[in-house]
Structures are given as C-alpha cells and as structure tokens.
Design a protein around this ligand. Structure first.
Ligand SMILES: Cc1cc2nc3c(=O)[nH]c(=O)nc-3n(C[C@H](O)[C@H](O)[C@H](O)COP(=O)(O)OP(=O)(O)OC[C@H]3O[C@@H](n4cnc5c(N)ncnc54)[C@H](O)[C@@H]3O)c2cc1C
Length: 386
C-alpha cells in the first residue's frame, strides 16, 4: 500500500477522535452497556468520518477504500471493541449497498443523513435459524400494491435499539434461495416493528444488540435496494467490505494487546526477575507480532486489489479468517502472561479477549470463510475446477 500524506492526515484525525472522544469514557460506557451513539455519530459526521468512501454528491468524501481501511485500523486503538463495531456497522456494513445499488431517492433519504450522523443504521441479515446459512433465512416481504408487507425477525442486530433504519434482507418471492432475496431499507419507526430487550453479550458490551420483530410492517417498494431478487448478491458484495473492515479493525487492537503485555511483563517479577526475561515469553511475543504483521500485509493486499476494482472474495475471506484466528491466539496468549490479573473482568486484556472473540463468529464464521476460500480454490467436493 502506498499511503499518502492524505492518508496520514486522516489517520491522525481518527486517532485524535479515539483518544479524545472515545477512550476517556470507555469504562463508563462498557459498564452501562451502551454509549451516546447519537452524540458520537454527530461528531464523527461533522468530521466527515462516516462517509469517507461515499460519493461527494451525497455528502461523502469520495475517497477510495484505502482511506476506509486506515480509519478502521485507527478505530482499533479504542479501548473496547463495542464502539468501533457500532461505527463500522454504520460505515461498512449497512450503507455500502445503498451507496452502490440504491436509487437517488434512497441515497438522499438514508445515505446522506447516515453520513452526517443524523440517522443511525443497522444491518439485518441473521435470523435465529439462519446465521451462517444466509440463503435459508425466512423473513418475507410480500408485495401489496406499491408496498411490501414484511413478516419475520432478525437476530443479534447491532445498533438496533437506537437505529433509525435497518438494511433488511428478506425473501420477496418463492424462487430459488439465491434468487428470491431483496435488500430493503426499513425505517425503524414503522408500525409493526418491536425489539427484544438488549441481548446480554460476552463482549462488545458498549454496543447495543437486540432481536428485531416484524409484524405486517408496510414499507414502499421504492425502499428496495437495486432490482428485486438481487439481494443475496448485493449482500455478498456488501460482506466483502464488512470483512476487510473487520480484519483492519483488529490489527492495532492486537498490537496494543502485545504492547501492554510487554510493559506488564517488564514490570512483573517472578523468581527474582521480570517475566519478559523468560525466553519462552519474549520469543512468543515476537512471534505474535510477526503474525500481526502478516495479517496487516494480507489485509493491505486485499484492500489494494479492491481499490483496483478486482474481485477480492478470496483475499477478504482469508483476511477475515486470519483476523479471527489470530485474534483468539493473541488475546488468549497475552492474557495468560497477566496471570490472575488478566482474569479480572476490568483488565484490558480480559476485555480484548471477550470483544475480539466475535471476529471468528460475526460477519461469517471462520468455517464459512474456509468454505468460500475452498470454493475460490476449486476444491469444494462436486465443484472442482477443470
Ligand atoms: C455481538 C454480535 C453482533 C452481531 N451483529 C449482527 C448484525 O448487526 N447483523 C446481522 O445480520 N447479524 C449480526 N450478528 C450475527 C452473526 O453474523 C452470526 O452470529 C454469524 O453469522 C453466525 O451465525 P449463527 O450464530 O447463526 O451460527 P450458526 O450458523 O448456527 O453456526 C454455528 C457455528 O457452526 C459452525 N458452522 C456453521 N456452518 C458451518 C459449515 N457449513 N461448516 C462447518 N462449520 C459450520 C461455525 O463455527 C459457526 O460459528 C451478530 C452476532 C453477534 C454475536
């Protein structure tokens, strides 16, 4: 990646925001199980940070994906995963399809206010019975005059308790599972939408998550993103940016775990000498740092080719897989060297251990990434190349 002075300036803006507007409040927000998302989004919107890659015509900065990557990386310096996740949902998970495939009206009504931070978005793909198996989802949107009538529910929806809209994937026909889905923007104030109480999560405590129920929810068909029946394809494309964002967002978080562990092991003495003097420990930390550099290189390569307009399905899936696997390895190993202190709830390593665990599950579990990689390698049974 060739980073320019513009990338550096953006990096600094995001870093300063994290240091001044997020980190001083993280402990309080984690304890409360929520954060002042409207205030934070307004401030991010004022800086242009919710629309880095979005078209200038709709209020975005009109920059390429490499700038998004830089922002995702710097958000990883937040002292929790929940707030960055909630921001990432807005910038890289629920708005890319609107920007790419949405009508001018949808962009003006939802994308522009999402970029300014006036509207909070969420993405509704997963259901109780269909997380990994997206094609198997059951929520329906049936035509009635000029409207759709939506029935069903979506599970584990980040931001939903405060969201103004949900970018919803629903079945709009009885056609084959990959051809019967449509993405629809649904305002959360529409009658018939109800939410479960906040879900009690292992980590990402400051982000709010709930189940969303749809009971005869009526929305105009013009809220559809792109052509009817293209939702599965649109969502798979939207997933590419979500997965690169996920990989980029853990790089600095993992480096921070390693740095904090080095400092701790330099201070903490056992058997008359600092823990860091044990070759087993300093070699292991060096190995983990090497792995993080490998993740960075892989993620940058995926981003570079994405910016060049190439299909990065394989590389984005590899980066997401590596981020999830390495996230577990780094947080688990580092926590171990903090001993009993690391096992305490408020310990920074304990929080990282809980938060980063999500990377192997959300946005497509590790095994789903392996399936996609196998498919692109032509080694899935019955789907071999040649
Ligand atoms: C905190 C949090 C926030 C989330 N936010 C959102 C959100 O905002 N919007 C949204 O739509 N979703 C969201 N999700 C849902 C998330 O994307 C799903 O949990 C994820 O896709 C996995 O689906 P599942 O939980 O149904 O697991 P399942 O599909 O039941 O799979 C369970 C496990 O089985 C394994 N597995 C599954 N299929 C295979 C296979 N074919 N081969 C081998 N192993 C397999 C994997 O290890 C997987 O983890 C969120 C989840 C969490 C926990």
């Amino acid at each position: 990646m060739n980073f320019t002075s513009e990338h550096d300036a953006l990096r600094k803006t995001v870093r300063d925001f994290v240091e001044k507007e997020i980190n001083p409040y993280v402990d309080e927000w984690e304890e409360a199980g929520e954060y002042p998302i409207r205030d934070v989004f307004k401030k991010l919107g004022n800086l242009g940070l919710l629309g880095i890659q979005k078209p200038e015509e709709y209020g975005g900065m009109g920059l390429d994906y490499s700038y998004n990557l830089v922002a995702a990386e710097e958000l990883g310096m937040a002292k929790c995963g929940g707030v960055p996740l909630s921001i990432g949902v807005q910038t890289d998970m629920c708005t890319p399809a609107i920007a790419r495939f949405g009508s001018d009206e949808l962009k003006r009504n939802f994308l522009t206010p999402a970029i300014t931070g006036e509207l909070i978005g969420s993405i509704g793909v997963s259901e109780v019975g269909a997380g990994s198996d997206v094609a198997g989802l059951k929520t329906t949107a049936r035509k009635d005059g000029d409207d759709y009538i939506i029935n069903g529910s979506k599970m584990w929806i980040t931001n939903s308790p405060k969201a103004d809209f949900i970018c919803l994937l629903a079945n709009t026909s009885d056609d084959q599972p990959h051809k019967n889905k449509t993405l629809i923007v649904v305002p959360m104030s529409t009658p018939g939408i109800t939410l479960s109480p906040h879900l009690n999560k292992l980590g990402m405590r400051s982000s709010e998550t709930a189940q969303v129920f749809f009971d005869d929810v009526r929305v105009p068909q013009r809220n559809r993103i792109g052509a009817e029946g293209t939702g599965f394809m649109c969502q798979m494309i939207q997933f590419q940016e979500e997965r690169m964002w996920g990989a980029a967002n853990v790089i600095k978080a993992l480096e921070s775990c390693i740095e904090q562990t080095i400092e701790y092991c330099q201070e903490r003495k056992t058997f008359g000498q600092p823990l860091i003097n044990n070759q087993y420990i300093h070699f292991r930390l060096a190995e983990l740092q090497t792995e993080v550099e490998a993740l960075r290189a892989l993620t940058y390569k995926a981003c570079e080719l994405h910016v060049a307009g190439k299909d990065v399905t394989q590389l984005a899936s590899m980066a997401k897989l590596k981020a999830g696997r390495l996230g577990r390895e780094v947080t688990d190993t580092c926590l171990q060297y903090w001993g009993g202190n690391g096992y305490m709830w408020e310990n920074p390593l304990a929080r990282a251990y809980r938060d980063i665990r999500l990377v192997s599950i959300g946005g497509g579990a590790d095994e789903i990434m392996l399936g996609i990689i196998c498919k692109t390698m032509g080694i899935l049974p019955g789907k071999q190349k040649g």
